[in-house]
Design a protein around this ligand. Sequence first.
Ligand code: FAD
Length: 387
Amino acid sequence: MAHITDLDAYRRQIRAWLAQATVPEVPLDLEGRFTVLRAWQKTLYEAGFVGISWSKAVGGQGLTPLHQLVFSEELARAGAPQPIGLIGVDVVGKSIETYGREWQREQLLPRLLSGDDIWCQGFSEPESGSDLASLRTRARIEGDEFVINGQKVWTSWAHKAQWCALLARTDADAPKHRGISYILVDMSTPGVTARPLVQMTGDDEFCEVFFEDVRVPVGNLVGKLHEGWAIAQDTLSHERGSYTLRRRVEYEVAVEEAVRDLRDHVDETGTEPSDWVLEQLGRSYTAVRSLEALTRRTIERQLAGDIPSPLDSVDKLSLNEVEQLVYTSITNVLGPFRLAADGVAFGLDGPRWVKDHYYSRAASIYGGTSQIQKNIIGERLLGLPRG
Ligand SMILES: Cc1cc2nc3c(=O)[nH]c(=O)nc-3n(C[C@H](O)[C@H](O)[C@H](O)COP(=O)(O)OP(=O)(O)OC[C@H]3O[C@@H](n4cnc5c(N)ncnc54)[C@H](O)[C@@H]3O)c2cc1C
């Protein structure tokens, strides 16, 4: 584990850098947000702040998950946004670093970290979400190519992505968890079509993706043929565990921001908030502190290499519950003002918080639903019978 003084020095270094950096304003609309955050990722990468815990050989900094956490904390506290390519950086990229071939690691990962390439995760299908192993997208081998046919859905950022980490069935006769392969697909390959879907936030952040006779070199396989399921578990573990570390800091800053706006409002108007309003914010604060305690254990697990683990499901379930509690509570404070396009109440800006509140509804679905996390916890941590 990194010595505490190293981390203190690292924190000071980040603060000094952020103090002189031009931190971008992030537009609410998706196109504007994507453009600004992609440029911001490049700036962060060039300063050595993307891929902090990744190996130097693939463009990272060779530091620890603790250094990554310190950076996420300082970034959020400075009011600075996260980079855009988090599906690559926090979810699929680490699996490619662990299981990928040399060319994949050397050629693809530095561009993934810099944001030159945006990645998407092609796992879920119309009939295969929770029961992911039942997926039906097929990849057959012809000469030195895979020929891929099928459909994915809910694929975040697929319409913006250069690359997709795809799960496809390569052996239809094997039991369903076997016979699946993990294949990297260049999204500009003929036969790939990404059609955006609009979420309740109003953004078309995810897509349905169609693969029609898509030809991909067999060298794009990650790990071994038919053995992609274990790699998919590794990817999902990053989505459930590492992602929670980053998001936790954002909730904490959201609560602090709401409290600060409310306090300013009280100072300006002299109106005291009701006990009910204070209770909403107090419960959010407590939930964020509990999540912080949990994520300290996650860091210890990461440092000890205890990943993937059913404990990732505890992280994901907790992330979901805290995210929904925080944004629901803040939106509750807005009361009927949340419905007005320019609604402001108790110093809180309606449209901004309502968007976060709508997005928080997805937290109990993406990365595996809450019911599925509870099943994993029940069966694998508590030893309860299936079902
Ligand atoms: C914002 C967002 C982004 C996403 N991004 C991606 C992405 O980039 N890539 C990707 O591959 N996928 C992505 N997903 C898809 C996500 O992983 C799936 O939606 C999720 O796994 C659930 O699958 P499903 O939608 O097919 O629901 P279903 O599996 O059909 O589930 C429907 C309901 O039944 C419940 N259920 C199902 N099985 C069980 C069971 N055994 N026990 C108890 N309850 C059960 C579920 O909990 C749920 O409430 C995203 C989803 C969202 C919301």
